[in-house]
Write a protein that binds this ligand. Sequence first.
Ligand SMILES: C[S@@+](CC[C@H](N)C(=O)[O-])C[C@H]1O[C@@H](n2cnc3c(N)ncnc32)[C@H](O)[C@@H]1O
Length: 379
Amino acid sequence: MGVDMGELRGTHVPVLLERCLELLAPALGRGDRTVHVDATLGLAGHAEAVLERHPSTLLIGLDRDTEALAHARVRLARFADRVHLEHAVYDELPDVLARLGYPGIDGILFDLGVSSLQLDAPDRGFAYAQDAPLDMRMDQTRGVTAEEVVNTYGHPELARVLRVYGEEKFAGRIASAIIRDRERVRITSSARLAELVREAIPAPARRTGGHPAKRTFQALRIEVNRELAVLETALPAALDALTVGGRLVVLSYHSLEDRLTKQALADRVRSKGPVDLPVELPGSGPTFRLLSRGAELAGEAEVAANPRAASVRLRAAERLDPEERQQGRADRERYRRRATTTQEPGAGSAVTPARGSRRMPRDGTGTDEEGEGYGRQQA
Ligand SMILES: C[S@@+](CC[C@H](N)C(=O)[O-])C[C@H]1O[C@@H](n2cnc3c(N)ncnc32)[C@H](O)[C@@H]1O
């Protein structure tokens, strides 16, 4: 495949790059041949920076998109002797590690969602602003396309996808419009779908919240790629693969992704022992500690320079030494407090906030922790 990295590099700026490097550094810089997994390699912006910063770290890069892998391979060519690139969905991580012979890893990064390469591709159907066949598969070698979803799902299922994954208020109306239209002739293009959605939304609602088809396209993309189901399995597996002191960083761009991440981490930083005991019983203590205070946002300067950073939420954690009871007690205390307040895990912890970054407001203003969407711009 002919790959022009010069042009592509300019279009993709890694989100929260310095913060990710700062969080991963203690784990990757602690010895020779540490192992870092980039679970969402994309155009390898984060991966390249990790390899530059840690000259003896070995990188395992996963992506389900063969085109992204081809670009990443060119970009990382100068590090070829310490890079393994794998065409895999990130829930296949345990198999990949077993096959490559790495039972434990030191760092892992998930930078979720689609890449600019995918969004900007004129022929892949991710963007409502460009007419293309309705594909939307990140891995074009397998799986169902958006065209199949749109033309075969029944009304309840279609409406559920749009409502849950797109947080679309008019999910029922849009599903009805799709079903009416496809009875006439099969829906095959992104432009036709975008127009159909626009017409299904009441005129006053069309004037707010960006392009009327944005939420529908996001929902279909999540459904086609089974993004949430895959993430739900992948996060526990990634945490299991980390050695003591190993660190995980997740960048989410959708409230449902962030919620799954928060839950996966909460499960590990929480004590499973009786709440009224001052010490942990053997095997009941937390296995991880949080490194982020709640969800960290990008700073204003980064958002101004890179619109993709506007919706990012970062969470990170480190695997604890089983002997490290002190920290375990601190986290128990934090979770006990949480049970009596509405605060999220990590609130009040002694973690260091990112320089220049913002945190999720806790008063419900501006951004939301649990409910409303903040999906990445689609076009
Ligand atoms: C936002 S981009 C990553 C950008 C990357 N951090 C960089 O700096 O260039 C997300 C990438 O993850 C890939 N991806 C998304 N879900 C995946 C999954 N479940 N398994 C493997 N790769 C996935 C996409 O194909 C895309 O290339």
